[in-house]
Ligand binder design. Structure first.
Ligand code: UCC
Ligand code: FAD
Length: 585
């Protein structure tokens, strides 16, 4: 027997760990790019206070909040339509960890911080950093927070009318007992992108000036929220409604009354989703839900766009956070896992794979910081007109670009754990699944590419001028750093090709901008991100890795729209070919 044991080690020995669990520690302390960004941008006094809070929050996330996040995944919401006695109840049960996330969000001021403006224009950035750290440990709670922030922004932009004061106070409260979350009900069965033609919900005015809404909302995320903003068409005395965008108005409604009874709303069912399963997304019938009109009649889309622009920024936060989390875990795993007699970190090809992802996340992170920096300036009336235009342009650009980056990085990073990456109980598939929605909700990639064109169309060339001037300034800064000269050169050339493309748009045989919209938006994203990476690498205390990331980023095709245009991809003939290719005739 002894001999046998020597030859065949006991089970306890074979159970020795071959796969050590990858871990993250304090995500704030470990994020050198985040810390160097804050150090170079925040005023010293602000940095000192913020640093202390972020270090504390980083510890809280790692020790207390991350386990709750896993609980949210294991205990998704449950919908019960009837009680045991046949009474319709339409109750959505959420787990205690999910409800705890709501309390934590209030305690940490994850929405409040942006509206208190303790640090003036830096408050937005600071809030975004906290949300970024929270996102991958939030168990999906970053979704309601996005919409809550968006709703607060809409109410603030309306001047906080008296009737909405209490809602605003609750949305921006730090008191867990008072704090409310909001939904954002836009999508109906006929269309989520084409809201103008897809919205069938009708609003009927009541004698007291309030409205009752009748319709069906096809996707309503965080359906356990306290309130929502939603669109509907106001019916006139004959019951007729204006069709199209000009018939849409924006409404505020409470989902339940004081006793918890639904506001004439029936829950049809919860969506059976690929990801974001921790969070309830419902189909809802509005059967006379009492609501308050909060926009001018027919200005619903313009009014809710304030919400869209905030939730799209949250989408960018989620994208960058999920990339960062995946890479941090890959990095840790590479230090622990042995293959072919050495640690993964000592296989240069494996390091190349992770390094390529690192360049992606660095670029995306700086783009996020740029947007929230600009938003902070705009919200404290410190933004120039150019900065406001730039912000309007960069939000859809960043949302569409980082949404795609996040899913690509999640897939690549999953492979870096080998077969373990595919195992549900490692938690890694959750990150992958949840990242896949980032390019769909809050506007798909194509819809946002068209929104980029919308932002350009509104300003007669001023938006592009603001973009180019901002890139030029960053390039001038970078020109002082010798090692960056190849990247500076590549970006200058890309700008030249972009300008050439733009000049051709109005001419004969012009490319149609609609067909070019996606490649055009990608070009803006790559050029601007390259400029940001160079700006960061040109700081006096920049590291060699900052320089390396900038060089590598700029060493890709920065202006795909020019390449595709030269290939004739945007002419009428190309559109016909596209259809023929798709349909095989
Ligand atoms: O998906 C959803 C929630 C998911 C859960 C939350 C997750 C948050 C992230 C968490 C991270 C972890 S809610 C549903 C989201 N739905 C969409 O995003 C809709 C996508 N479709 C579009 O964006 C379309 O482009 C529409 C709906 C905006 C198109 O509508 P219209 O009415 O056809 O467009 P118009 O006529 O061009 O625009 C009407 C007005 C114009 O202003 P005026 O009339 O003054 O010229 C536009 O300039 O609205 C203005 N407008 C905007 N303004 C439209 N979009 C914007 C904008 N983005 N910014 C400023
Ligand atoms: P469609 O509009 O049918 O789009 C289908 C495809 O066509 C897309 O690829 C799109 O890019 C493309 N397309 C459409 N129009 C054009 C065009 N003009 N040019 C080129 N391409 C085009 N909505 C809410 O309102 N509230 C919520 O809380 C909410 N939560 C959601 C949660 C989840 C998990 C998901 C998946 C969705 C949620 N949505 C919510 C809905 C989401 O916003 C929509 O699904 C999204 O906006 C797309 O709309 P659609 O599904 O109608 O797709």
């Amino acid at each position: 027997v002894l001999e046998d044991l020597e030859m065949h080690p006991a089970r306890s020995e074979t159970e020795a760990l071959f796969h050590e669990q990858p871990e993250t520690g304090n995500q704030y302390l470990e994020d050198t790019l985040l810390r160097s960004y804050l150090k170079s941008h925040l005023p010293p006094k602000v940095l000192e206070e913020v640093h202390q809070d972020l270090e504390r929050f980083g510890n809280r996330l790692y020790t207390k909040i991350q386990p709750l996040s896993w609980e949210c995944e294991l205990n998704p919401p449950v919908f019960r339509q009837y009680d045991a006695w046949g009474q319709r109840v339409d109750h959505i049960y959420t787990c205690s960890a999910w409800r705890r996330m709501k309390e934590i969000s209030a305690e940490e001021g994850l929405v409040a911080e942006a509206y208190e403006r303790r640090y003036s224009n830096w408050s937005r950035l600071y809030q975004a950093v906290k949300l970024y750290l929270f996102s991958s440990s939030s168990g999906g709670f970053s979704c309601p927070l996005a919409m809550t922030d968006g709703a607060a922004k809409v109410i603030e932009s309306l001047g906080i009318p008296g009737s909405l004061k209490s809602a605003f106070d609750r949305l921006t409260s730090r008191d867990p007992q008072k704090f409310w979350t909001s939904g954002q009900w836009m999508t109906e069965r006929r269309g989520g992108s084409d809201v103008a033609n897809g919205t069938e919900t009708v609003a009927r005015e009541q004698a007291d000036g309030s409205y009752r809404l009748y319709g069906f909302k096809w996707f309503t995320s965080a359906a356990d929220s306290d309130m929502t903003l939603t669109l509907a068409r106001i019916a006139d005395a004959e019951g007729q409604c204006t069709q199209g965008s000009r018939g849409l108005s924006l409404f505020f409604l409470r989902v339940r009354d004081e006793e918890g009874k639904l506001n004439n709303i029936q829950v049809q069912r919860l969506k059976d989703k690929l990801g974001t399963r921790q969070m309830a997304t419902a189909e809802l019938w509005l059967q006379g839900a009492r609501a308050e009109l909060i926009s001018a009649e027919g200005r619903g889309v313009a009014a809710i766009s304030n919400m869209l622009n905030i939730t799209r920024i949250h989408n960018v936060i989620g994208a960058v956070a999920s990339m960062r989390r995946m890479i941090s875990l890959s990095r840790d795993y590479a230090r622990k896992r042995v293959a072919f007699g050495k640690l993964l970190k000592d296989h240069p090809l494996h390091m190349q794979t992770i390094a390529r992802m690192e360049v992606q996340v660095r670029g995306a992170f700086l783009l996020l910081m740029e947007i929230v920096r600009l938003l902070g300036l705009a919200e404290t009336n410190l933004a120039s007109e150019q900065e406001q235009l730039l912000l309007r342009l960069l939000v859809p650009v960043a949302k569409l670009y980082t949404g795609k980056q996040a899913s690509a990085v999640a897939v690549e990073a999953m492979e870096s754990f080998g077969g373990q990456g595919y195992m549900e109980d490692t938690g890694l598939p959750v990150i992958l699944r949840d990242s896949l929605v980032l390019s769909i909700w809050e506007g798909t990639t194509n819809i946002l590419s068209l929104d980029v064109l919308r932002s350009l169309a509104k300003s007669q060339g001023q938006v592009m001028a603001a973009f180019l001037s901002s890139v030029q300034k960053k390039l001038e800064l970078a020109s002082g750093t010798e090692e960056l000269s190849p990247a500076v050169q590549q970006t200058r050339e890309a700008i030249g090709r972009l300008q050439q493309f733009m000049a051709g748009v109005g001419s004969e045989q012009a490319p149609t901008m609609e067909l070019a919209a996606r490649d055009f938006s990608y070009s803006l994203a790559r050029i601007y991100t390259g400029a940001l990476l160079m700006e960061h690498a040109a700081r006096p205390d920049a590291s060699s890795t900052d320089v390396c990331a900038a060089l590598r980023w700029c060493n890709q095709e920065l202006c795909p729209v020019a390449v595709e245009s030269a290939r004739g991809s945007y002419g009428g003939g190309a559109a016909l070919q596209d259809s023929a290719l798709v349909f095989g005739s």
